[in-house]
Write a protein that binds this ligand. Structure first.
Ligand code: DHB
Length: 526
């Protein structure tokens, strides 16, 4: 099956047989992959070749876009898996004809770097005719951006040389994104267009976490040994700006943040069914929701009650959250007030999180939406004066059973992301290790640390991106709104420009407001 067809199919197939298809697609792609810069013996030439391109034209919303395509360039000298460490570059034709677009020239055009990573799975380099991601590339080209899409290793990636070796576990995804940035910088004088000092990353969910991590860890020496191991270019890897949709980040505190909001909701929608074998005579009816991003955990229409042990762990996690928040010393960016929580989870930090829902609801009201039937919103005439987070949790419903990410039976995608090279899933929190129902190791402390942007923001030896745009939909409950809030606050408190917003009625999704995203890019680049 071709990957493009696979993408179309992936949205339609039931979650039950998803993983089998994913593996099949990866297998078939391997044989199709023709890198343009192989030197032999698993080595690749990092000198970009400006001659090796295709000229193409594509249609988007009735307009035709002409661009130059450079594809299948391996971005490290010694890849673990060449196809998953390759990138594609697309350049608007106008720049090659000496023209300008949207006020940019070939020298000043921002470089937009989207990642297709989802669910901590690997992603191929995206192309303009991909069903998912393709239109984002074309619209970015139309705006005058050079687009660079890197393939990125993920939790199921195996080595080219030895298929039993899992080479994409944490922190490989961010190591690869950094290596792709370094490749561009090393080739700044060979690239026909694009300003390597105006790189803007973009991703959704696990890809949003990746984009945030890339933005927060510029030039951090901590990743150097991983970058050397794959022969990344000796260059800087800081970026200009980071766009992060619903980032599934700060995984080591996300379980506690989840229970802070959803503790009293005693049933969960996440599917815990194992995929039935493909030849099973009467598989259970497919109850999964179809509007989820590719590779996100499966959500059922129906809910399952929490077990006693899940309820007990929820109590523990909820009590952990105020301790974590108070340890951060976050401040309200407008008043300078410390953002804290008492042992019951009440306090100024909660007011900050509420303010994001209030802002979103007010915008919905202003645009003519009726909120009067929503019992979690407190209205005074045409003003949203408060939100009740307990009622919100009931309204939004609980997606994940506790612990939301570090599962007691090691069954989550995140447990797999932190797995060993031989693919044994691992924990990444002490609480889940202590209460585990299936025995497993805890991941190396360093591996956990290198996955969390919170550990890098504010460090003197790290160049954090100057600009962040963070979005988390008002009904997204793949992670708690507290998680992107903490990220945004930490960034703002260290002087970074952050545009942080919770769009009304928006669930777990990304790229839904590209005109606004591109306006933001233009506002910071011009
Ligand atoms: C994604 C969603 C999740 O809920 C999660 O735990 C990990 C990844 C995703 O959509 O990428």
């Amino acid at each position: 099956m071709k990957f493009k067809n696979f993408l179309i199919a992936a949205v339609c197939i039931s979650a039950v047989n998803f993983f089998a298809n994913a593996v099949e697609a990866e297998e078939s792609m391997k044989s199709d992959f023709r890198p343009v810069n192989a030197l032999g013996l698993g080595e690749y030439n990092l000198e970009f070749n400006p001659i090796g391109f295709d000229s193409r034209t594509a249609e988007i919303e009735g307009k035709s876009i002409s661009f130059r395509a450079y594809e299948n360039i391996v971005y490290v000298k010694n890849p673990k898996n060449a196809q998953y460490q390759s990138l594609n570059i697309y350049i608007p034709q106008n720049y090659l004809d000496g023209k300008s677009i949207n006020g940019y020239t070939s020298k000043t055009a921002p470089i937009f770097m989207p990642t297709g990573v989802g669910g901590y799975m690997p992603s191929l380099a995206q192309t303009p005719d991909d069903r998912m991601g393709g239109s984002t590339i074309l619209k970015a080209l139309e705006r005058g951006y050079v687009v660079v899409s890197p393939a990125i290793r993920g939790r199921t990636t195996v080595a080219d040389s030895d298929s039993k070796l899992y080479v994409g576990k944490a922190p490989a995804f961010v190591v690869d994104f950094k290596a792709a940035v370094r490749f561009l910088r090393a080739n700044r004088d060979r690239l026909p267009a694009g300003d390597v000092e105006k790189i803007v990353s973009n991703g959704t969910s696990a890809g949003g976490a990746l984009s945030a991590l890339l933005g927060a860890t510029g030039n951090a020496p901590d990743y150097e040994k991983y970058l050397r191991e794959i022969g990344a270019a000796q260059e800087r890897d800081d970026i200009f700006a980071s766009s992060d949709y619903c980032p599934i980040t700060n995984l080591d505190h996300a379980d506690a943040a989840y229970e802070w909001i959803f503790h009293d909701v005693l049933e969960a929608h996440q599917s815990n069914r194992q995929a039935p074998p493909p030849d099973m005579k009467n598989p259970p009816p497919d109850d999964s929701k179809k509007d989820r991003p590719m590779n996100a955990p499966v959500e059922n229409q129906s809910a399952t009650p929490l077990t006693d042990i899940e309820k007990k762990v929820s109590d523990i996690l909820r009590a952990e959250f105020p301790i974590y928040v108070n340890s951060l010393g976050l401040k309200d960016p407008s008043t300078g007030e410390l953002l804290l929580l008492d042992a019951n989870g009440e306090g100024s930090f909660k007011n900050f999180v509420k303010s994001k829902y209030i802002e979103s609801a007010q915008d919905a009201l202003n645009s003519g939406e009726s909120l009067k039937d929503l019992d979690w919103i407190v209205l005074n005439g045409k003003k949203v004066v408060d939100v009740d987070l307990d009622k919100y949790a009931v309204y939004a419903t609980r997606m994940k059973a506790p612990p939301a990410f570090d599962k007691l039976d090691l069954s989550s995608g995140e447990n797999d992301e932190f797995a060993t090279e031989s693919n044994e899933p691992r924990h990444f929190t002490r609480t889940s290790k202590i209460h585990e129902t299936k025995s497993g190791e805890i991941a190396d402390a360093d591996q956990i640390r290198l996955m969390n942007p919170m550990n890098f923001i504010g460090r003197e030896d790290v160049q954090v991106a100057k600009h962040f745009r963070i979005r988390h939909g008002a009904i997204d409950r793949d992670t708690s709104l507290a998680i992107p809030s903490i990220l945004a606050l930490k960034l703002m408190n260290s002087g970074i420009d952050v545009d942080f917003y919770s769009p009304w009625n928006r669930g777990h999704a990304g790229d839904y407001d590209l005109p606004e995203l591109f306006d933001w890019i233009d506002s910071i680049c011009k």
